[in-house]
Design a binder for this molecule. Structure first.
Ligand code: GCU
Length: 681
């Protein structure tokens, strides 16, 4: 049923294996919760609900922890002295959101889920439920875990009129018209789903912001959402429009040097914090794609960010200042612009400013090398911005498992402090000793019954959360647990579908932008191929700007003979990318313009190799379809059919991509399609 779709990964299906159920029920005799907060009540309710459903038996709530086999939950300060003592040394090794799941060694055989805070306990409860959901053993547990990143936020590109920029799963969840008095159950379910994966913040409105969100009328509504989310550990943030002092404050300017402007933001901050004492802070898109910013007044990013930071600092708020900037006035290579604009300011930002950098230097392509800003600003905290919504990856129509992409970026080695200086270590703050750390995911959530449009797009929301908690997790582990929680633990289902998910990212790269091609989607909406588009007003909006195909070859020369974007990386990385012989072939045409008969590592010419990649992408989608067809008996009818239909579209469109791109590029290569590549019909 559609309801199944709605429940995401919190299905809590009854466990089929009778032996396993017996084992669990012999170990779990009831629940005792210590503490009074709403968060603890939520944790207790969730634990009871999940266990009862999975074990198909009643789980009682006990008043104290005297009897055997109980699950005891509560923050450390609320536990009895005996337990406190037993856990004293472990508790020092977790942070405020971390937790411990520990079996006691005494004859009571209790299972304690504790933390420094009630939110930590809730996270621990979800971890424990996940173990049962994925049928793991709960014998002798000694789990100690803390999130490696502090600010783990979703960015909603939601407009006040209910539309969602680059949203493919219906309209915005936020019903501004009915707020503040009407709290849709969906807000609670949203918070619960996020808490279950450790997301602890949400930016409610689009980066292309409307200043109205900062007016009293809307702040009252924002407060209502903040109140609903708080027990789930989720803080609310807002995108601040830089020109708000003019638009809603009746000032003549938004110049960050103007004392009246500074005062306006200070007053605004205190007005917000009066209503929302734990307000997270502002996200800002300034001087980017027509958004107002400090440069409108001859000031720079530091001036703008620091002004807002000063307004928020007394209340503990932060500024997430986006680095997604590029300008038509410097069109030689868009990929270099953010670095050029920001790196000179390293160390100049206030302590409560964090720069939010997209994973790659262009814009959320199926594959991009990591953004050269990572590793280049050691004195400034940088946070990662991933896109969960599939703007350039087939919207919510194509099945693409994104944690594969995220992992590839997080594992990339920047060499900024020698070998092993991964992007993950930079955003965790461990490489450059930053206390403020963050990661953002542009949400793929809307009011569709299944939240994300494609049933498998739920895995991208899930996977983002899991990686935000721990960027070293393996995307395969995440897919595996998601499948078990969302569909079934049956190995006949899990292993083929796992493979399908893991292969799906490379498939989309192959049928859209193989060998380092990028931004050749049709313009504006970014759906489907458009490598021929060349008539848009700004050069860098045109796909031809990125592939540069001509009779001599194809690709963007970003090496030292071209735009020299490679020089923005640390010397080891720059050297590797710069040399066509050492540049990884997955990024070949990102960094090099090469002749059509250039020899690839497998001996094929570039033209043949490119064509074969497009074909491979199509074949991979066909394999995904074949896999799914065999899964009918493991999946409810609704989701089975949805995925079946969507894969059918994906298959048609993979061919569309292949045919369109190959026919277009063939005009330049002047060569026949190699054997094995289907002729366009
Ligand atoms: C992309 C996207 C825009 C968005 C922008 C951003 O360019 O197409 O819709 O506003 O990114 O991240 O600011």
């Amino acid at each position: 049923t559609a309801q199944e779709d709605y429940k995401l990964w919190l299905q809590y299906y009854p466990i089929e294996n009778v032996n396993l159920v017996n084992t669990y029920t012999s170990q779990i005799k009831g629940i005792t919760a210590f503490g009074e907060s709403q968060t603890i009540q939520i944790a207790q309710k969730e634990l009871q609900l999940g266990l009862q459903s999975m074990l198909s038996s009643r789980i009682n709530i006990e008043k104290n922890s005297d009897s055997k086999g109980l699950i005891v939950i509560g923050s450390i300060s609320n536990l009895d002295d005996n337990l406190k003592q037993q856990l004293a040394s472990q508790i020092t090794s977790i942070n405020n959101e971390g937790y411990i799941i520990s079996s006691t060694s005494n004859n009571k055989k209790l299972l304690v889920i504790t933390a420094k805070t009630d939110i930590g306990v809730l996270y621990g409860v979800y971890h424990f439920l996940r173990m049962i959901q994925t049928n793991q053993s709960i014998d002798n547990l000694a789990i100690i875990d803390s999130p490696k990143i502090n600010v783990r936020v979703l960015n909603h590109w939601d407009n006040l009129n209910g539309s969602v920029e680059r949203g493919y799963a219906g309209a915005s969840l936020w019903n501004w018209q009915k707020l503040p008095d009407f709290i849709d159950q969906r807000y609670i379910d949203y918070a619960r789903a996020n808490a279950s994966i450790g997301i602890n913040g949400t930016v409610l409105n689009n980066v292309n912001a409307n200043a109205l969100i900062l007016t009293p009328l809307y702040l009252e509504k924002v407060k209502a959402l903040a109140d609903a989310f708080r027990p789930y550990g989720i803080k609310v943030y807002l995108t601040a429009r830089f020109s708000a002092p003019i638009e809603i404050g009746k000032l003549k300017t938004a110049d960050p040097y103007d004392p009246a402007v500074q005062q306006w933001w200070k007053d605004k901050a205190s007005e917000i914090y009066k209503q929302i004492p734990d307000f997270g802070g502002f996200l800002v898109k300034a001087n980017s794609e027509g958004q107002p910013g400090p440069q409108n007044y001859g000031r720079n990013h530091v001036d703008g960010a620091n002004m807002l930071a000063d307004a928020l600092a007394p209340f503990g708020g932060i500024v997430m200042w986006r680095a997604f900037v590029y300008s038509e006035h410097d069109a030689d290579d868009r990929a270099k612009q953010a670095y050029s604009e920001f790196v000179p300011y390293d160390g100049k930002f206030r302590d409560n400013v964090i720069l939010q950098v997209k994973n790659g230097a262009i814009d959320f392509q199926p594959r991009e090398p990591f953004h050269p800003m990572f590793g280049a600003m050691p004195k400034t905290p940088l946070m990662m911005e991933f896109q969960i919504t599939q703007e350039y990856l087939g919207f919510s129509t194509h099945l693409v498992y994104l944690p594969k992409l995220y992992q590839e970026v997080l594992e990339a080695d920047t060499y900024s402090k020698g070998k092993g200086s991964t992007v993950a270590k930079i955003i965790e703050g461990s490489l450059d000793q930053h206390k403020l750390t963050g990661i953002a995911g542009v949400a793929n959530i809307g009011n569709d019954l299944n939240w994300t449009g494609h049933p498998f797009a739920q895995a991208n929301w899930y996977g983002f959360g899991r990686l935000a908690w721990n960027p070293s997790l393996d995307s395969e582990t995440i897919a595996n647990e998601w499948l078990r929680m969302t569909f079934s633990n049956n190995p006949n289902f899990v292993s083929p579908v796992l493979k399908m998910m893991l292969d799906s990212r490379e498939a989309v790269v192959n049928y859209m932008t193989p060998l380092g091609l990028h931004h050749i989607m049709d313009t504006g909406h970014h759906y489907g191929p458009g490598p021929w588009v060349s008539d848009l007003s700004r050069p860098e909006w045109n796909p031809v700007y990125y592939h540069k195909a001509d009779n001599n070859g194809i690709g963007f020369d970003r090496s030292s003979t071209g735009s020299n974007a490679t020089a923005q990386y640390a010397p080891e990385v720059a050297k590797q990318y710069n040399n066509v012989a050492t540049c990884p072939e997955i990024n070949l045409l990102w960094f090099h313009h090469l002749p059509w008969d250039y020899k690839l590592k497998n001996g094929e010419t570039l033209w043949n190799g490119l064509a074969l990649k497009y074909q491979e992408g199509v074949n991979q989608v066909t394999t995904m379809q074949t896999t799914w067809e065999k899964m009918k008996s493991y999946v409810d009818e609704n989701r089975f059919k949805e995925v079946q239909m969507l894969l059918h579209i994906q298959q048609k469109e993979a061919k569309w991509w292949r045919d369109a791109c190959l026919l277009y590029f063939q005009q330049f290569s002047g060569k026949e399609l190699p054997k094995g590549v289907e002729k366009p019909v």
